[in-house]
Design a protein around this ligand. Structure first.
Ligand code: MG
Ligand code: MG
Length: 260
């Protein structure tokens, strides 16, 4: 350990159990949203369904009011990478829509995202979705005690770039707990053996943002939505995990979306 390297305290097993309750709730919320993703639906309707579902379970949508963010979900369509506002935009066949959801429940946070195809998407777009999700799982496979954040970033980057896609570098994953964003930062690019050391019991969100074209992005005038500069599509998948020895443990899951 470098002298000045900041140690991130692992969570207690009690905290991890409460974070798993949050992880399950965000996972189920994403599945509720996924059930109604279709051509003709507005993204505000997705936001309404999620907010109702979260509150009906006694939790708070943690994005609402976070740094002034005005909605319960971040909804990012096509060339929007992340942090899009729900709106009266009507989803159409061939779009992709990233839905990012956070909950606050029993003193802890949950945070996950899934990019849904709207109806049928073209082959390249489907590949972008498949590769981005697989890059997340490869990142999770590297999230083991003794590794470093650079091992996660390297796993994500090397896989995504092998398909000719590019990794957004301006935004990254993060630690999570009582706060939605805690140390360490978890970049989606990097070198093996570099970055913060991962320890048993550390809870982190891994969230690759992968562009079909170039990696350059810009911030919209509203100060939130991040767009690809070349206007090509971008995909985003996020799960919360706890670092363990040998293999990370999932605190959130896509099973409710994909196995229902
Ligand atoms: Mg998120
Ligand atoms: Mg996150």
């Amino acid at each position: 350990m470098k002298f000045f390297e900041k140690m991130v305290k692992p969570k207690t097993e009690e905290a991890i159990a409460l974070m798993k309750e949050n992880g399950i709730l965000v996972s189920k919320t994403l599945a509720e949203v996924g059930k109604i993703v279709a051509p003709g639906v507005t993204t505000l309707e997705l936001n309404r369904v999620a907010e109702t579902f979260i509150r009906d379970h006694g939790a708070i949508p943690s994005f609402l009011g976070y740094d002034g963010f005005p909605y319960s979900l971040c909804i990012s369509v096509n060339d929007v990478v992340v942090h899009g506002f729900p709106s009266d935009y009507v989803l159409k066949e061939g779009d992709i829509v990233s839905v990012d959801c956070g909950t606050f429940y029993k003193g802890y946070n949950g945070d996950s995202a899934y990019t849904f195809p709207v109806g049928e998407v073209d082959a390249e777009t489907q590949t972008l979705l498949d590769v981005t999700k697989e890059s997340l799982y490869r990142g999770i496979a590297a999230a083991v005690a003794g590794n470093r954040t650079g091992d996660i970033g390297h796993a994500v980057q090397s896989y995504a770039e092998s398909f000719g896609f590019s990794v957004v570098r301006e935004l990254e994953g993060h630690g999570i707990g009582k706060e939605m964003h805690e140390a360490p930062g978890v970049p989606n690019y990097g070198r093996k053996g570099q970055g913060a050391r991962l320890v048993d019991g550390m809870t982190i969100c891994i969230e690759p943002m992968i562009n079909a074209g170039a990696r350059a992005v810009y911030l919209a005038k509203n100060g939130w939505a991040v767009h690809t500069s070349d206007r090509r599509k971008s995909a985003h998948f996020e799960l919360t995990v706890v670092v363990r020895k040998g293999q990370a443990e999932l605190l959130s899951t896509f099973d409710f979306i994909e196995k229902c």
